[in-house]
Design a protein around this ligand. Structure first.
Ligand code: PLP
Length: 417
């Protein structure tokens, strides 16, 4: 470990070596080398506290929620609804019924498109997104616009990967029914000025959905300060289980939106002639939910809360700065995404070497990165690259992980020289 790497262990407020002990998976060797996990933007690793919470639920409390009169069902319901309250506090929503448990960001956005979108968007109306969106914030709107004869418009970015907010503002108009954009870009790391953008859209009475998949793991989210109408994020990127995520919606909007999926739990009464809906949030949670997932997500929120976002952000900022400097030494490396405000994502291309080759060679060194289009094909086209290699950091990464990455990249260069 270099002296510089050593110093990072004492980044303010976070004892990273101690934190890493909470993540059993990080202690292993892969391909005969210590694992260097730099793919947290794809999915994060889970602390023991989350794994234990899920196991405890299945070992002690497993029962269906909201239905049983027996004790296990009572306990399961209490834990599930307790997790909802933890999410409410985590994003500072006004009410727990504004928190809808879904499978993840993708399902949250589809829910809004299929309920809010289908009732509000008509032929000739517009939905505005941006050039940096993940496919899950493109395709649901495309499906909706196709069905309704509406128009999907796309706000541009500059070559550094920053949103052109003035252009976006010009594209909002009387036909715009919704603005949907990433809070943080998964490919570029760009942090969009969400509060300012919401304000601009609201001046014209246009609601805003924020895709917070890459924001929630890195800094505190306050939906009331953001003043957004919808906010979506995934548990698995926030150190929680897969299969669980959150849609926050302003209660006035959720109240008037029709349900999406029909089934158990989302009804108030059913006859063959007519069904009436349950109250929020249950109207949007048809069928047995991912109870263990929600409980695991609650445990992840507790875990992150105990570390504190101030310490997390300081450490990740240190890692990003260190990594951005360090990779400059690698000949032929070009960073993709150089916005002023960035989360800890480092996308790059390495001369003519295909990113998949970069990823495969790094894998031989025990280093896990992501390569490809990162579910942002239109963004790749805009940037004129077919794919990138992407290293993404979480609070459990060390400067020595960056050093391993740089050493691996030099190896790639040697092989392709
Ligand atoms: N939005 C962004 C910005 C993402 O990075 C991702 C996942 O990579 C998603 C949406 C989709 O998240 P999920 O696959 O968890 O639904």
């Amino acid at each position: 470990m270099t002296a510089l790497a050593q110093r990072s262990l004492s980044a303010p407020g976070l004892d990273v070596e101690k934190v890493r002990k909470d993540f059993p998976i990080l202690g292993q060797e892969v391909r005969g080398k210590p694992l260097v996990y730099l793919d947290s933007a794809a999915t994060s690793q889970k602390p023991r506290a989350v794994i234990d919470a899920v196991a405890r639920y299945y070992l002690q409390d497993n029962a269906n929620v909201h239905r049983g009169v027996h004790l296990l069902s009572e306990r399961a319901t209490k834990e599930y609804e307790g997790a909802r309250e933890k999410v409410r506090r985590f994003i500072n929503a006004a009410r727990a019924e504004e928190i809808i448990f879904v499978r993840g960001t993708t399902e949250a956005i589809n829910l809004v498109a299929q309920t809010y979108g289908r009732t509000r968007v008509r032929a000739g109306d517009e939905v505005l997104i941006t050039e940096m969106e993940h496919h899950s914030d493109i395709v649901p709107w495309q499906l909706l616009c196709e069905e309704k004869g509406a128009v999907l418009r796309v706000a541009p970015i500059d070559d550094d990967g920053q949103l052109l907010v003035d252009e976006l503002q010009r594209m909002l108009g009387p036909r715009t029914r919704l603005l949907a954009l990433a809070h943080v870009s998964n490919t570029l790391g760009t942090i969009n000025p969400a509060r300012r953008i919401v304000e601009i859209a609201h001046r014209q009475g246009i609601p805003v959905l924020l895709d917070g998949a890459q924001a929630a793991p890195h800094f505190p989210i306050d939906v009331r300060a953001l003043d957004c109408d919808f906010y979506a994020f995934s548990g698995h990127k926030l150190f929680g289980p897969t299969g669980i995520g959150v849609l926050y919606g302003r209660s006035e909007l959720l109240e008037e939106m029709p349900p999406w999926q029909g089934g158990g739990d989302m009804i108030s009464s059913v006859t063959f002639e007519k069904t009436t809906w349950n109250k929020l949030p249950h109207k949007f949670e048809a069928g047995t939910p991912d109870i263990a997932g929600a409980i695991g997500l609650g445990a992840a929120i507790d875990y992150v809360g105990a570390l504190g976002f101030a310490a997390i952000a300081a450490h990740e900022h240190d890692l990003l700065t260190y990594a951005t400097e360090a990779v400059r030494e690698v000949p032929g490396l070009r960073l993709i995404g150089t916005a002023k405000e960035k989360a800890s994502v480092l996308s790059f291309v390495l001369g003519d070497v295909h990113p998949h080759d970069v990823g495969t060679i790094l894998d031989q060194e025990g280093i896990a990165i992501r390569t490809g289009h990162h579910c942002t094909q239109p963004l790749m086209r805009r940037l004129g690259v077919p794919a990138t290699a992407r290293a993404s950091f979480a609070f459990y990464n060390l400067r020595s992980d960056v050093d391993a990455l740089v050493a691996g990249l030099h190896k790639v260069q040697e092989i392709f020289r």
